[in-house]
Design a protein around this ligand. Structure first.
Ligand SMILES: Cc1cc2nc3c(=O)[nH]c(=O)nc-3n(C[C@H](O)[C@H](O)[C@H](O)COP(=O)(O)OP(=O)(O)OC[C@H]3O[C@@H](n4cnc5c(N)ncnc54)[C@H](O)[C@@H]3O)c2cc1C
Length: 380
């Protein structure tokens, strides 16, 4: 068995990396374990909308400067298919330079790895954790690559991570929806403009990305299967129709990839020395682009200013206080995202009218709109 660090972080994705960097900055001996080989992130085609708040966290951890390309989102146009009226959210309204940025998962993961190297944080790759066992004074994790123990384990292994046996209770509610993701060219969407369209049977987001737009189009599984059988011309025509006048003519650069969607949550017993964060704690529907933003806030809140004294009582107090502080933001973001996912999946005229009226009402009341915007950008 290897030397015991004080904290083991399982998963070196963006959330695990931020936790590791914040712990190292607090002077806490920390080690990261990741199932994949270094560089495996190269194959991830996801583009992510990161809020201004997430950028601040990544700046403080030294990750942001290494991100090669980040496209600012200056405004978001929200609309409902077949209804008049749109709502516009702008960075100016909130007094921030940008509402957020669109980055590639692969670019962000590479920059996280570099920041971990620069901070001399040990990361063991190809170390899949398959078992998790509580100990009186910590927890033990093990897998084919070895076994490690520490006073604390932060689980940042994403939605399909380790089976926690008696330590974790994982639940997953499939939405029976699929997200079609890929890059598209949109004739009428200016750089810096994102579009969120309630397209009838699911939401459609277009995010500005390197002179093109990254598309996340959610629809029922059966619709997606039929769509994927069509040619790229047919897929592009369907996208143009769904995206509406704001985007103009749209064209997929290559056939989209399909990602199944569910709401997954993990709970641990109170007082446990195993703390799930990021997607390991909650994996959300992408309708509001909040999954990683929420995960980064989790990681930063829990790991920042972790007591460097290796004293279990202060650590218990620290973790309990920080988890308490995260409760409102977590439940609000999870609840609002789930509600929005369900409301935007119903293609029924009265529901579409209600959504259209909701958009118009928000547009008409700047104070409420600013509050919604502020929560999306900084969390609750
Ligand atoms: C289509 C789509 C669009 C999205 N768009 C957005 C968006 O615009 N904005 C946003 O904020 N979020 C978005 N998300 C959500 C976002 O991708 C996730 O919230 C984010 O990737 C979670 O980061 P993480 O570090 O918790 O997990 P991951 O990124 O999944 O990283 C987990 C890490 O743990 C490792 N691991 C897994 N299992 C084990 C194991 N057993 N042992 C050791 N290591 C393990 C993996 O190798 C990986 O490196 C989107 C998601 C989808 C599917």
């Amino acid at each position: 068995m290897s030397v015991s660090p004080r904290v083991i972080v399982v998963g070196a994705g963006p959330v695990g990396a931020v936790a590791g960097l914040a712990l190292a900055a607090a002077g806490v001996p920390v080690m990261l374990l990741d199932a994949r080989p270094r560089g495996a992130w190269r194959h991830d085609r996801r583009s992510l909308a990161l809020s201004w708040g997430s950028r601040l966290v990544l700046e403080r951890c030294g990750v942001w400067p290494g991100v090669a390309r980040a496209d600012p989102i200056d405004r978001v146009v929200v609309s409902e298919r077949g209804m008049f009226g749109t709502m516009e959210l702008s960075a100016r309204e909130l007094g921030v330079p940008a509402l957020g940025h669109v980055v590639d998962y692969a670019d962000l993961a590479r920059s996280c790895a570099q920041a971990l190297d620069a901070a001399s944080v040990e990361v063991v790759h190809e170390a899949r954790v398959e078992a998790l066992a509580p100990l009186g004074d910590g927890a033990r994790v093990s897998g084919p690559a070895g076994a490690w123990q520490a006073a604390w384990v932060l689980l940042a292994d994403g939605a399909e991570g380790v089976d926690g046996g008696g330590v974790l209770q994982r639940t997953a509610h499939p939405y029976r929806q699929v997200a079609l993701v890929g890059d598209v060219d949109c004739a009428d969407l200016a750089p810096g403009t994102a579009c969120e369209r309630f397209a009838g049977r699911g939401p459609l987001a277009l995010l500005p990305r390197a002179g093109r737009h990254a598309c996340v189009w959610v629809m029922p599984q059966a619709d997606a299967s039929a769509m994927l059988l069509g040619s790229i011309d047919q897929q592009s025509r369907a996208l143009t129709q769904a995206a509406g006048a704001v985007a103009g003519s749209c064209r997929w650069r290559e056939p989209p990839a399909a990602v199944p969607l569910s709401l997954a949550r993990t709970r641990t017993a109170p007082g446990s020395r195993v703390v799930p964060i990021g997607n390991a704690s909650q994996a959300l529907h992408p309708v509001a682009g909040q999954g990683l933003n929420l995960g980064l806030r989790d990681a930063w809140a829990i790991a920042r200013d972790w007591p460097a004294t290796a004293d279990a009582t202060s650590e218990q107090r620290h973790v309990a206080r920080r988890l308490d502080g995260r409760r409102l933001d977590r439940s609000l973001t999870i609840g609002a995202t789930d509600a929005l996912a369900r409301l935007t999946a119903v293609d029924w005229l009265p529901m579409r009218v209600a959504r259209g009226l909701g958009i118009a009402a928000l547009d008409a009341v700047p104070a409420v709109r600013r509050q919604v915007l502020s929560t999306l950008v900084f969390g609750a």
